[in-house]
Design a protein around this ligand. Structure first.
Ligand code: ZN
Length: 241
């Protein structure tokens, strides 16, 4: 499972594939990747895998007393040079994702869970599925077009605060808050898991500077693994379940 997204009316399980070249589906429902030199490689259909994960999630939700929530599955091919030779609603390129997500969202107009319930469920699922922290590797608006990023002003939400002279300032009410990034990092924690890199922080907090996110993360005294560009910070020390 590369990603699990909790929406108010449905959940979405995604699997990201970085295959390039021509991809075929054969009659045995296997995925065939044609190599440039003409050879081919055979893979299990990734949809089979996400369907299995869907079944496991249904059982898990049931076991913990959650209502029945529709679960959609998508396999997203992200390589620029992938050539899908089939038309399948659940096996798509990242260019097709925004339109596909829109259609799925329209399919489930009924809100089954409130936002705070989704947070609680997210918390629970993270605690039941520790390795999820490593799933979110490449922040990208094409993959996550629905996510509202940025450091919000408490008063003017969803107005995004700007980083000015070591603090955050709301362009509308001019209120300043030097710790406003904590709430955004908490959102990140529940959405994507318990570790964050500089690059992810820069993306999620909508910061222009390359250096400020890393200074910001370092200043919070989190456990860190890896160095420089690859450093991952452990948010769970800040946001205990
Ligand atoms: Zn404001």
């Amino acid at each position: 499972m590369d990603g699990l997204y909790l929406f108010e009316g449905f959940f979405l399980i995604t699997e990201v594939k970085n295959f390039k070249n021509k991809i075929l589906l054969n009659e045995a429902n296997q995925l065939i990747q044609l190599q440039e030199e003409g050879s081919e490689e055979v893979f299990d259909n990734p949809l089979t895998q996400v369907e299995l994960q869907k079944e496991q999630l249904i059982q898990l939700l049931d076991k913990h007393g959650y209502p029945t929530i529709p679960i959609e599955t998508l396999v997203v091919f992200t390589h620029k040079k992938v050539h899908l030779t089939f038309n399948h609603p659940d096996l798509i390129t990242s260019q097709q994702l925004p339109a596909r997500l829109k259609r799925i969202t329209q399919k489930y107009p009924t809100k089954l869970l409130q936002r705070n319930e989704l947070y609680h469920l997210g918390r629970k699922l993270i605690s039941l599925h520790e390795e999820r922290g490593s799933a979110f590797i490449n922040p990208n608006d094409k993959i996550f077009p629905k996510i509202k990023r940025g450091v919000f002003c408490n008063r003017c939400k969803p107005m995004i605060m700007r980083r000015i002279y070591g603090s955050w300032e709301c362009p509308k009410c001019k209120k300043r808050n030097s710790l406003a990034h904590l709430a955004a990092l908490e959102d990140f924690y529940y959405l994507f898991g318990h570790t964050i890199t500089n690059r992810q922080a820069r993306w999620f907090l909508c910061m222009d500077s390359v250096y400020t996110p890393s200074r910001l993360l370092q200043s919070l005294g989190m456990k860190r693994s890896g160095i420089t560009k690859n450093a991952r910070y452990d948010l769970s020390s800040l946001f205990k379940r």
